[in-house]
Design a protein around this ligand. Structure first.
Ligand code: ADP
Ligand code: ADP
Length: 226
């Protein structure tokens, strides 16, 4: 599903954020990406979602080499990737329903289909009764769940989350992780960047650790090279 081969990223100005990263995440896998602030986690996710391009090496998603993707095709590739941010980035002027509907509106979905899928997504995150609310009236945990509903509304095969529990207490964080587990059980591949080591320790999943732009301690990392 995700394959990095000797990927490096140097930002303009010369800062090297990632250094020869190689790993492979299988279809249907759930994995964590950990490391201190500044280790390169967001950069790695941005290379997958085509928000940044690598300086060297190869990134492939679903067997497609991202280097071959032209700017015009990026929106189509992104449809297959649900992205969840720490600060959820909801539009405050719009209802919960409209926020979740956004990816479908961009896709040009028909109204009836759109409604069905938005309500299905809200039901999955336990917010069916909040559709008409304004996101600012919801709690932090609920707002994060709206962000998750928006990310999964078009059933992408891959979910990326950047510090999805960063602003939540441990109990709410666990609930959010259980949602990711649910999606994963239904076949979605999930990659979660977090520096919350306590949370990871309570889960049984693989974790990729970045330190100063280098990948540490992943037994499967070397296999991606062969
Ligand atoms: P993390 O998500 O692990 O906190 P980042 O990927 O955000 O790490 O950042 C890795 C390094 O790259 C940091 O030193 C950061 O300051 C730098 N960096 C990130 N984005 C940019 C950018 N757009 N321009 C220059 N440097 C950047
Ligand atoms: P988030 O917490 O959502 O990952 P950040 O606060 O880390 O976002 O970064 C916000 C934006 O600033 C990102 O687009 C990131 O690439 C950019 N950025 C981060 N570090 C630097 C840096 N040292 N120089 C320039 N841009 C940076």
């Amino acid at each position: 599903m995700i394959k990095f081969q000797e990927v490096s990223k140097t930002y303009p100005g010369g800062h090297r954020a990632l250094e020869k990263i190689s790993f492979h995440i299988e279809k249907g896998e759930l994995a964590f990406l950990t490391g201190h602030s500044g280790a390169g986690k967001s950069t790695l996710l941005k290379l997958i979602s085509l928000m940044e391009r690598p300086s060297a090496g190869k990134v492939a998603i679903n067997g497609v080499d991202l280097a071959a993707i032209k700017a015009k095709q990026i929106p189509f590739v992104r449809r297959d990737i649900g992205i969840i941010f720490q600060n959820h980035r909801l539009l405050e002027r719009y209802s919960v329903f409209d926020n979740v509907a956004l990816p479908l509106i961009i896709e040009g979905a028909h109204r009836k289909q759109l409604e069905k899928r938005v309500y299905a997504a809200l039901e999955k995150v336990g917010l069916s009764d909040k559709a008409r609310c304004n996101p600012t009236t919801l709690s932090g945990g609920e707002q994060q769940r709206v962000g998750i509903a928006r990310a999964i509304v078009n059933s992408p095969p891959l979910l990326l989350a950047d510090e999805p529990t960063g602003n939540l207490d441990p109990e709410l964080s666990m609930e959010i992780l259980q949602l990711f587990e649910d999606f994963n059980r239904h076949g979605t591949s999930v990659l979660i960047a977090t520096h919350d080591l306590g949370l990871i320790a309570r889960m049984k999943y693989r974790s990729l650790t970045l330190k100063e732009g280098r990948l540490l301690s992943d037994p499967l990392a070397q296999e991606a090279l062969s």
